[in-house]
Design a protein around this ligand. Structure first.
Ligand code: URA
Length: 437
């Protein structure tokens, strides 16, 4: 394929409607060199794609590899996707809750990169748990248990793998057209009926402000609906971390707390909200209040906790060992504390600083090939809105050695929290809006 005229066309702002199937087929077949595709992505970054172009690109990416097909069933096929955050472990309690509510949930998740954590990394801190499942096994587990949490197989949406790797090293990730195509191509390959998107905004999110997050949410919701998937987006604040723990194993512990009806209020709130939306989207509930009520009762019944255990067992987790680890206070060799230098009102806990510290402790990736340490991270984090006294705990640091613990403590003490004499303005809500069309 002679790709140069198409790069030039996009560079000059011309439409490429009708050409994306050919482009993606050639790229996946190795007929477009990376340097040309990188130039094309930069042209798309600056010129954008119109709605028809994004749809064509998305469908071509979806069709670049295997798709999941499920036998017809009365249980709606649903999933949730988050654009990524710090301490965002929502998928872990949400997936089994949805299965217990009567959905089928083929939750195909990703790994963390940079400061945002990834569901697969969190799950892989559970001994024996396998996230590498072939498509037939994914379908089998969804049909029998109602839920599976796995990584994309090598054969699913290979176009996204190649394009994302190039975007990551060419500064072209934050393009609304490319993010929309990347996320939706993967979700559409799951064959869903309904999808709820958690689109984050704030200091630790892809989209720093609400206006950009809203634009991304509108683009994804419109395209999802055009492609036959009932799609909604919830816009949530990522200026502060979600929950009290950030770091793979520590987040698994917090997720289990949530499934046991305990744990932080913001995590529980978001889990229940997303479950309520999916019930309304699929007519399992007449309105959000009824959906939320049903989700709360279901969580209290411990049916989701049993689903979680069934899912872990089916995916190879060594359950006796897992339960023993849950009883331990920590897995990391060193635990240090950050304490408040003075009393007052916590008005800020900076999610970006928290994310960077967890990544630097070894809990996240600087490059795609970095190996994550499941044990490290932060827990018992003080949250905005709390009143504290001098010397109170702001968080614990779980580290592999004293040197990395000390560096983390120093940075956190200097940059992560603001403790003021005045309580300040009321905290903005976790959920800033919902996009339905
Ligand atoms: N997540 C994805 O899967 N793709 C993007 O482009 C951005 C976030």
């Amino acid at each position: 394929m002679n790709f140069l005229p198409l790069i030039e066309a996009k560079r000059d702002g011309r439409l490429l409607t009708g050409r994306f199937q050919e482009i993606i087929t050639a790229f996946v077949a190795g007929q477009i060199p990376d340097y040309q595709m990188a130039a094309f992505l930069m042209a798309v970054y600056f010129r954008g794609l119109n709605r028809d172009e994004v749809r064509e690109l998305t469908l071509a990416m979806r069709d670049s590899g295997d798709r999941l097909f499920f036998p017809p069933d009365h249980r709606p096929l649903v999933d949730k996707h988050s654009t990524g955050g710090v301490g965002d472990k929502v998928s872990l309690p949400l997936a089994p809750l949805l299965a217990a509510l009567g959905f089928r949930v083929p939750m195909i998740s990703g790994r963390g990169l940079g400061i945002t954590g990834g569901t697969l990394d969190k799950l892989e801190s559970i001994p024996g748990f396998s996230t590498a499942l072939a498509a037939p096994r994914i379908v089998e587990l969804v049909q029998s248990l109602g839920v599976v949490m796995a990584g994309q197989t090598d054969r699913m949406v290979p176009a996204d793998k190649g394009l994302y790797a190039l975007r990551d090293v060419t500064g072209t990730v934050p393009s609304i057209s490319l993010i929309t195509a990347s996320i939706l191509s993967k979700k559409l390959a799951e064959g869903l009926q309904a999808l709820v998107l958690d689109v984050k905004f704030g200091v630790a999110a892809f989209m720093p402000d609400l206006a950009q997050a809203t634009e991304l949410a509108h683009a994804m919701v419109a395209l999802g609906r055009e492609c036959g998937v009932n799609t909604r987006a919830v816009l949530t604040n990522m200026d502060r971390p979600l929950g009290r723990a950030a770091g793979n194993w520590l987040e698994v512990k917090e997720s289990v707390d949530c499934l046991q009806g305990r744990g932080p209020a913001d995590l529980r709130e978001l889990v229940l909200t997303l479950a309520a939306h999916l019930q309304v989207q699929t007519d399992l509930a007449p309105n959000l209040a009824a959906g939320r009520d049903r989700a709360e009762k279901c969580l209290a019944s411990e049916a989701p906790l049993r689903k979680w255990e069934e899912m872990l067992t089916a995916q190879g987790a060594r359950m006796a060992e897992f339960h023993e680890l849950l009883e331990l206070d920590h897995l990391a060799p060193v635990v240090s504390e950050v304490r408040a230098p003075h009393g007052g009102h916590v008005t800020k806990c900076d999610a970006r600083v928290i994310g960077e510290v967890v990544r630097d402790l070894g809990g996240g990736r600087l490059t795609k090939t970095s190996v994550v340490d499941p044990a490290v991270g932060l827990d018992l984090m003080a949250a905005p809105g709390e009143t504290i006294s001098s010397g109170d705990l702001l968080c614990r640091v779980h580290a592999t050695d004293q040197a990395s613990a000390s560096m983390a403590v120093e940075r956190l003490a200097g940059e992560a929290w603001v403790i003021a004499n005045d309580p300040g303005a009321p905290l903005p809500p976790l959920c800033a809006g919902v996009i339905e069309s």
